[in-house]
Design a protein around this ligand. Structure first.
Ligand code: AGP
Length: 362
């Protein structure tokens, strides 16, 4: 038997290598999702095209819950279907019997192991209500609990911080919205997303080069509105879990209703600002924050907002990007920011302290 040589030890993966490669896989992962799920989702939505659900109720946790927040704006705006975000304890702990007649109940979990999310689907199914699971794990308990499944096809995600499963979940929701609304224009817009993300990846150095300035960042707020509100929550979570930064997300108008008092000279404010009907309102908050001396970081494609920033992370400024799909490339810029900052701070974003890939809550 050969004696182990001293250099036979398994090579240590450099900090952040897994998260970085999963960020870079996103164009391919979304293209795969669209390729594999386009026909099944269009077929699945046939009955909902004829009789749309009376409302959609979504259960999810963490990053998946942020995708659910995006879905609220998406289905209400594009399909006119009201969306509620579930409090899973209503089913899992209170065991309440809520009247869900005519609804579509959606559970989102990349791992498919979220017990409380599963209990929402199980109780809906027992009541004879339509259920749908959106997951990256086809043989998971979540998939088994639902009538229908949309698979994310993101391939296994190993870094604790979710990246590609988030964008694939957003893409699957846009696909479902297009299928329910028979909206081929939205579908065509969605098909451009892999290219748009590819452009963010090619341009990642402009983000990575500016991160040194944030080495000692301990606290910040992250703002967004409408379709981009979910991104604020998602980036704040990424900054908390991978950089241990106390990041708090707000809808930009909510920020004006009290929290803005926190601002003082140099306080970091990160804002998602993409072209679209919400831009004027985000811009207004950016200008108010600047007037109070905040250090403003803008992520997005809106030139006027980027020009007013102290630090600008530009995303697809040369392309025309409809607001509805703008969160997908924009969050990729946020993912690069979090990953680079984490490594700069001496943290391994692939394995943040005390966290596991799957967190099961009841
Ligand atoms: C995401 O970066 C987190 N690690 C975490 O919030 C995660 O999204 C959450 O635990 C939900 O996981 P699931 O999608 O597998 O249910």
């Amino acid at each position: 038997m050969p004696r182990p040589k001293s250099n036979d030890k398994p090579a240590k993966t450099p900090p952040g290598k897994i998260m970085l490669s999963e960020i870079q896989e996103q164009p391919e992962a979304i293209a795969r999702l669209l390729d594999r799920e386009y026909l099944p989702v269009w077929e699945m939505a046939k009955s909902w095209r004829e009789t749309p659900p009376r409302f959609i109720f979504i259960a999810a946790r963490g990053t998946s819950d942020h995708a659910a927040l995006f879905a609220k704006y998406l289905f209400e705006t594009m399909n006119g279907i009201p969306v509620g975000l579930a409090s899973p304890s209503i089913a899992s702990i209170y065991r309440a019997k809520v009247n869900m007649e005519g609804a579509l109940i959606v559970g989102i979990s990349q791992s498919g192991e979220a017990a409380d999310v599963i209990s929402v689907l199980q109780s809906a199914k027992r009541a004879g209500v339509d259920t749908l699971a959106i997951t990256n794990a086809g043989s998971s308990k979540l998939a088994a609990a639902a009538h229908q499944v949309i698979l994310l096809h993101a391939h296994p995600e190993k870094a604790v911080a979710a990246t590609k499963t988030f964008t694939n979940t957003l893409a699957s929701l846009v696909l479902l919205s297009a299928a329910i609304g028979d909206n081929t224009r939205l579908l065509a817009q969605l098909q451009r997303v892999p290219q748009l993300i590819e452009a963010v990846i090619k341009d990642a150095a402009q983000i990575q080069e500016k991160v040194e300035r944030f080495r000692y960042l301990e606290e910040c707020v992250v703002l967004g509105r409408g379709y981009n509100l979910a991104n604020s929550y998602e980036l704040a979570l990424k900054l908390r879990e991978t950089c241990y930064v106390r990041a708090q997300a707000y809808a930009s108008p909510d920020f004006l209703h009290g929290p803005i008092a926190i601002l003082e000279k140099g306080y970091p404010v990160i804002a998602f600002a993409n072209k679209g009907v919400t831009l004027f309102s985000v811009l207004d908050v950016i200008l108010q924050a600047k007037a109070r001396g905040a250090e403003v970081v803008v992520i997005g494609n809106a030139p006027e907002a980027l020009a007013s920033a102290d630090v600008a992370f530009t995303v697809n400024v040369k392309q025309t990007v409809p607001e509805v799909i703008s969160p997908l490339p924009a969050i990729v810029a946020g993912q690069f920011f979090s990953e680079t900052l984490s490594v700069l701070k001496g943290i391994d974003p692939d394995k943040p302290r005390g966290l596991h890939k799957v967190t099961v809550t009841l």
